[in-house]
Design a protein around this ligand. Structure first.
Ligand code: SF4
Length: 191
């Protein structure tokens, strides 16, 4: 039987990601890791830990790639990016032998968050983390999807790519564009 923490985790993750999807130029809050992934929490002893930076080295000014677009132009770009990120996710699920979460709202919102970042930043920066300087993060590439922890250890803290032993993993290895749109807009409307 799942613990209470295990049951409420997807809801917390959704909430954090939706904050970012709604206000796409704002920073995200770091979501807690799934219980099954807690051994992979990145620390300074982890060989794939990203080096930390002094706060003084960061700037917060963003040169967003969508700042001069009309709402209609931006919507078209987000649609195109959502199609691309859905295709990427389905291919990557198969290539890594990973599964979607039983609750399709999770992958839907993550894919939408990746698409939003692709439009605003020019790269699919992970939508589940807090960044002091998103442009710097994009250039470094560590958290561009698929991020280094996923590529090296099969750890996706967004729960988009779940290994079969994960308590939240379902049977599906594919999500349709319609499902991405339906679930992400439902969450957006409810929030
Ligand atoms: Fe975020 Fe990494 Fe998962 Fe992509 S693979 S959604 S970058 S945690």
């Amino acid at each position: 039987m799942m613990s209470i923490t295990t049951m409420i985790f997807p809801s917390i993750l959704l909430l954090f990601i939706m904050i970012g999807v709604h206000v796409h130029v704002q920073s995200f809050v770091i979501a807690p890791l799934p219980l099954s992934n807690q051994n992979h929490r990145h620390s300074n002893t982890n060989p794939i830990t990203k080096p930390t930076h002094s706060h003084a080295t960061y700037t917060t000014k963003l040169h967003l790639k969508d700042e001069n677009l009309t709402p209609e132009q931006r919507e078209q770009k987000v649609e195109k990016a959502t199609i691309a990120m859905t295709k990427f996710s389905n291919t990557y699920l198969k290539n890594t032998n990973t599964k979607l979460c039983k609750d399709l709202s999770i992958p839907a919102v993550v894919i939408k968050g990746l698409a939003e970042h692709k439009v605003s930043l020019g790269a699919p920066l992970c939508p589940c983390r807090y960044y002091e300087d998103k442009e710097k993060e994009v250039k470094e590439g560590y958290w561009n999807c698929p991020c280094v922890p996923m590529r090296e250890e099969k750890v996706c803290h967004c729960m988009l790519f779940l290994t079969e032993d994960n308590a939240f993993a379902g049977d599906r290895t594919e999500i349709t564009l319609e499902e991405v749109k339906e679930h992400s807009s439902k969450i957006a409307n409810d929030s």
